[in-house]
Design a protein around this ligand. Structure first.
Ligand code: ZN
Length: 386
């Protein structure tokens, strides 16, 4: 990539991270991007997702017609960032972008948006051949893939494509787990902790007993389980009448996912049931449980055209492309669930969701070059994917 482009890519990235866009507050970024894409000749639509999830905007879809007849290619990134993500300033030192140290950088996922912008600019400026591109920039990825979950799929015709939302520029994520999330409310009974503790039912104690029976962390090579939130109690002199426990299970094997989820539910049920056999209270303690499917797994076979196309593009550039497994969920999981096969490519972003987050400009250049080569091959070899 020539120096001018490298510089422009860095400038674009700097500008993007300077526009605050924490989850549900992507409106400002979205309207700026919409204008840019329209000035590049795209047809843009903002869907209704924002209304449904209480955010300031919906997902932004930008359609580029291209100049070659080919099946549409989906390209995806997310507009939102985690916190602390307000007032970010990107600093470039020795070719690496970081924040000033008091915020995240927002390379997750603005490095991707910068790469997409640069890619489209290069295509247009140089009149390069490319097929139709459907750019899908989602909201609220970071708070449960909410934008993708509420995406108006009627607006999408592409059946496959790429997301840019990983680290390794020589990797493509093709496997991601399914996940369930759970929330238990253990209802006990309040009482004065000093004067009449026997009149109370300690909800925290019951929740703890249920948790103590569980195996957490890495269960096996493809299964993980976590309790991430526990809340309860009002004061040290009151027997707590409520404890709330929230967590998640992930597995690449749907059977294991269900088995572990069932085990957790029965652990809570059992503790509450056992207490009730000796309780004199009518309906106490009792348990409210909420189990929700969070997302389904992604499993793209190694011989799928999306993997082969990325592999061929990398090879043409003299690079490696390795199919990767992740333990995380992404918008790609939601696309996959809806029959759209999306491989996740890296932008070079590192230490995401921390104030130490960084991205090397060189990695962003590499990622742009790869994407341009993928788009070129896609336009030339229409037979590769049908
Ligand atoms: Zn991300």
């Amino acid at each position: 990539m020539i120096d001018g482009n490298r510089k422009r890519l860095g400038e674009t990235f700097k500008q993007l991270v300077g526009i605050d866009s924490i989850s549900k507050e992507e409106g400002n970024l979205c309207s700026k991007l919409k204008i840019i894409f329209e000035s590049m000749g795209a047809e843009t639509i903002v869907d209704d997702a924002g209304k449904n999830i209480g955010g300031s905007t919906g997902n932004l879809i930008a359609r580029f017609k291209g100049n070659v007849k080919a099946p549409p290619l989906l390209l995806n990134a997310h507009m939102d960032t985690v916190e602390p993500g307000k007032g970010i300033t990107a600093i470039l030192e020795d070719g690496i972008f970081t924040s000033k140290g008091d915020t995240i950088l927002g390379a997750d996922d603005k490095s991707a948006i910068a790469i997409l912008l640069e890619t489209l600019q290069v295509l247009n400026e140089n009149d390069l051949p490319y097929g139709p591109i459907e750019l899908v920039l989602t909201v609220c990825e970071e708070i449960g893939l909410l934008g993708a979950k509420h995406l108006n799929l009627d607006l999408i015709t592409a059946k496959y494509g790429y997301a840019l939302d990983a680290t390794d520029t020589e990797g493509i994520v093709t496997r991601a787990p399914s996940a369930n999330r759970f929330e238990f409310k253990v209802h006990g009974k309040d009482a004065h902790a000093g004067a009449a503790p026997e009149k109370g039912i300690n909800a925290i104690l019951l929740a703890s007993k249920a948790i103590a029976q569980l195996e957490l962390g890495r269960i096996d090579h493809e299964t993980t389980c976590n309790i991430g939130v526990i809340e309860g109690g009002k004061a040290i002199n009151i027997v707590p009448n409520l404890a709330t426990v929230k967590g998640e299970v992930r597995s690449h094997d749907p059977d294991k996912l269900n088995k572990i989820t069932d085990k957790i539910v029965s652990s809570f049920n059992e503790v509450v049931k056992n207490y009730r056999t000796k309780s004199t209270e009518n309906n106490l303690p009792h348990l409210e449980s909420k189990i929700e499917k969070d997302f389904s797994r992604t499993h793209i076979p190694d011989d799928h055209p999306v993997v082969k196309l990325a592999g061929k593009a990398a090879k043409n550039l003299g690079r490696e492309m390795v199919a990767k497994t992740t333990g995380g969920g992404a918008d790609a999981n939601i696309f996959f669930e809806n029959g759209i096969v999306v491989g996740v490519l890296g932008t070079g972003m590192r230490d995401m969701h921390t104030v130490r987050e960084s991205v090397a400009l060189g990695d962003m250049v590499q990622s742009t070059e790869l994407l341009l080569e993928i788009i070129r091959l896609h336009s030339l070899e229409q037979g590769l994917i049908d």
